[in-house]
Design a protein around this ligand. Structure first.
Ligand SMILES: [Zn+2]
Length: 378
């Protein structure tokens, strides 16, 4: 098995797991956050900077790389690691989420999905076999099964048919995977907010030999308490000896709440996307550095942060750069936000070690201002 999970400890206060995932490109401790490098680059960051801030695994998008530059070019380059000069681990999604979220014109059949390219309008077809073929060419350490990601809310009837199709597609993905000794493959549990369907999906998928399991179909517009409830009844259905990945979640509160519910891996475009908008995550809450009130504020973005940005640059300077559309400004806020989340996960792991993740959550939420009625979240 190219991907293995080593369990280190369970937090006595919360049940959160501390573990280590081993991949062909190094190991990382969990719970872990994965920065997103959609087009084989984490926007504005160099691989050296990612390494410096403690990123061990990044995510890249199959759909986007399939369209540009095309998986053949990446394969000719020696795979994604060599193409983008990143020695750490890489997880690729299946393209399913983009097909269902970016394309208005799509037609779902048993064989796969017909849709239009969101850039050129050209007609395309993605199937379990095609998604495996592309990810095999990209050479990621962890590939994801091709699933259907229905919108929220969906009826029980629709969701049931979708879960059954996703299970049949999952079998076809395992069948089509050409490099099982080099690349791990994760199955994705779907079922929306319906407990019986999550149970069905988990049962179908855990009867197949995946290297890990993701909880999909969350963070698609449902309230946070729905997400937490779904995790509470879903993660116990997943095998304890394999990694668990919550897809598309990256707000600080949800990372902590996901870890408490037994999740090991997370990814989200949130920290990098809001950074390019001049919005920063800090230990005392959300800070919109482009606001006028920071024009003469010469303190760092976060006085409790020891990242490259906070050690060297002021709010006033970063605000000026971002207002002037200077790339360096986006680099500085991106660096800080990613560092902040990676550091947060380190604190989560430390808290699990000391059996106090529940206390840490209280302290963090208090400082972050989540307990205030006017708290601004992401
Ligand atoms: Zn910082």
């Amino acid at each position: 098995m190219p991907i293995t999970y080593e369990h280190i400890k369970t937090c006595k206060q919360t049940g959160a797991r501390l573990g280590r995932v081993h991949t062909p490109h190094g190991s990382f401790e969990t719970p872990m956050f994965m920065p997103v490098g959609t087009l084989a680059t984490v926007k504005t960051m160099s691989p050296e900077e990612l390494e410096q801030m403690g990123a061990k695994i990044i995510l890249s998008n199959t759909y986007h790389l399939w369209l540009r530059p095309g998986e053949d070019i990446v394969r000719e380059a020696g795979g994604l690691h060599s193409f983008m000069n990143w020695d750490g681990a890489i997880l690729t999604d299946s393209g399913g989420f983009q097909v269902f979220s970016l394309s208005d014109l799509r037609d779902i059949e048993e064989s796969g999905v017909h849709f239009r390219n969101h850039i050129s309008g050209e007609k395309l077809f993605l199937s379990p076999e095609k998604a495996m073929h592309i990810q095999n060419a990209l050479g990621s350490d962890i590939m994801m099964a091709f699933d259907e990601c229905p919108p929220y809310p969906a009826t029980h009837e629709y969701m049931k048919a979708s879960v059954e199709r996703t299970s049949r597609w999952a079998e076809r993905c395992l069948e089509a995977h050409q490099r099982p000794s080099e690349q791990g493959l994760f199955g994705i549990v779907q079922g929306g907010e319906y407990e019986d369907l999550r149970r069905q999906s988990a049962k179908d998928l855990t009867s197949l030999d995946f290297s890990g399991y993701a909880v999909g179909g969350l963070s698609v517009g449902e309230p946070k308490d729905v997400m937490n409830k779904v995790l509470e009844f879903t993660t116990p259905l997943l095998p304890a000896n394999k990694p668990r990945y919550l897809m598309g979640v990256g707000s600080p509160d949800s990372l902590i709440d996901g870890a408490i519910r037994g999740i090991d891996m997370f990814d989200c475009v949130l920290p990098t996307r809001v950074a390019r908008n001049g919005t920063c995550m800090t230990s005392t809450g959300r800070l919109v550095v482009r606001n006028a009130k920071f024009a003469r504020d010469f303190r760092p973005i976060d006085e409790n942060c020891s990242c490259y940005t906070c050690r060297n640059y002021s709010r006033a300077y970063i605000r000026h750069l971002i207002k002037a559309n200077e790339t360096f400004g986006f680099r500085l806020t991106t660096y800080h936000n990613l560092y902040f989340l990676l550091e947060l996960m380190m604190q989560v792991r430390e808290s699990i070690k000391n059996d106090r993740l529940g206390d840490f959550r209280e302290e963090f939420f208090e400082k972050y201002g989540f307990n205030k009625p006017d708290a601004k979240n992401f």
